[in-house]
Design a binder for this molecule. Structure first.
Ligand SMILES: [Zn+2]
Length: 349
């Protein structure tokens, strides 16, 4: 595949229709017991590479058009915190190779990933530090022959801008998404539509929002973004029922959650807020109607969410073979072969 073909891949697909990108690997592996909440470092890439490859395949099976390399929080700052800075390069290179392998085999797009460093501060030292971190990661992304780069979860606009600049120097297409916390603005104080417009002007191919907010509190902001830019727009909420009063998943609370260490449901006790598959399907439909073409679900995503999103967009990924058919249910079904006494039992459920 030559450079020109790669450059066309994502943008051509977006011109033709929606593109789904499954995310949320950190939360999913944490739930499965292979990754620690707190540091949230994707050490599993080195410890259990087969599981990473498997989860990529599961999400493609469920309808993802993109295989995103699992390097979220796999940057120098995070690895330093867990005392494994020396594993930075092998972790990144392995994650990229695994994602690329699955993408090539399944005809999906291979994406590299840059994310918030939590090391950024808008001064000379902060700028230089994150630029160096992004440069080394993009070098590995280029070596791996990825189709495009996702720069995500930036709450500092300027950090996103530095990531974008590094991606553009490598001449790779970019999807740049900002993280909007409780206040509906980036750290610089600009509304998401203003910040996304600036990213577009700086040369981003796709702009939008990811993580932090659930469908209900992300959608209004993404509609403003759609109205403010000419390029394709990305929307990847977390699958949690955030509200106007508690618009981010960090701000969610519920009475009687005293058993949770620290008393805050984020990030390990968000279960009662989880969107069901139909709510995610509804989000996909509303996002598409609003003009969003690049969509997915971030932290908390499960394969059933991705499948539901794909089906809401009119697709039947391989996993749709097992989508619910309640006509076959022992008690609730209306299938002719089911026993009448079981059907009668349904009234007692
Ligand atoms: Zn996320």
């Amino acid at each position: 595949m030559n450079e020109a073909t790669k450059t066309k891949g994502l943008l051509e697909r977006l011109d033709e229709g929606p593109v789904i990108c499954a995310e949320g690997y950190l939360f999913e592996f944490e739930r499965r017991g292979y990754l620690q909440a707190g540091a949230f470092v994707p050490e599993i890439v080195l410890e259990n590479p087969d599981l990473v490859e498997q989860i990529h395949r599961e999400f493609v099976h469920a309808g993802s058009d993109v295989v995103e390399a699992f390097t979220y929080y796999g940057h120098r700052e995070k690895l330093r915190i867990v005392g494994k800075e020396h594993l930075l390069e092998p972790l990144n290179r392995d994650a990229l190779r695994i994602a690329s392998t699955v993408a090539r085999e399944t005809g999906t797009l291979a994406a590299g990933n840059l994310c918030n460093t939590n090391a950024f501060f808008p001064d000379e030292e902060g700028r230089a530090k994150v630029r160096a971190m992004f440069e080394e990661q993009v070098e590995w992304i280029v070596d791996a022959g990825m189709d495009f780069v996702i720069g995500e979860t930036f709450s500092y606009f300027e950090e996103a801008l530095i990531a974008l600049d590094v991606i553009r120097q490598a001449e790779l297409p970019s999807v740049m998404t900002l993280a909007i916390h409780r206040a509906p603005e980036v750290r610089e104080g600009w509304a998401p539509d203003v910040a996304c417009r600036k990213l577009e002007e700086a040369g981003a191919d796709v702009v939008g929002l990811n993580c932090i907010r659930g469908p209900r509190t992300l959608l209004p902001l993404i509609k403003d973004v759609r109205a403010a830019v000419d390029c394709h727009v990305a929307a990847l909420p977390v699958p949690y029922r955030t509200t106007e009063a508690e618009p981010s998943f960090q701000s969610l609370t519920y009475p009687g959650c005293d058993c949770i260490p620290g008393g805050r449901p984020f990030p390990t006790a968000l279960d009662p807020f989880t969107c069901n598959r139909y709510e995610i399907g509804e989000f996909a439909t509303e996002a598409l109607d609003a003009g969003v073409r690049y969509m997915g679900v971030c932290c908390g995503n499960g394969a059933h969410h991705t499948r539901s999103m794909a089906e809401a967009l009119g697709r039947t990924p391989p996993a749709s073979r097992y989508s619910a058919d309640m006509s076959k249910h022992s008690f609730l079904g209306d299938n002719e072969q089911l026993k009448e006494h079981n059907k009668a039992y349904a009234t007692e459920l």
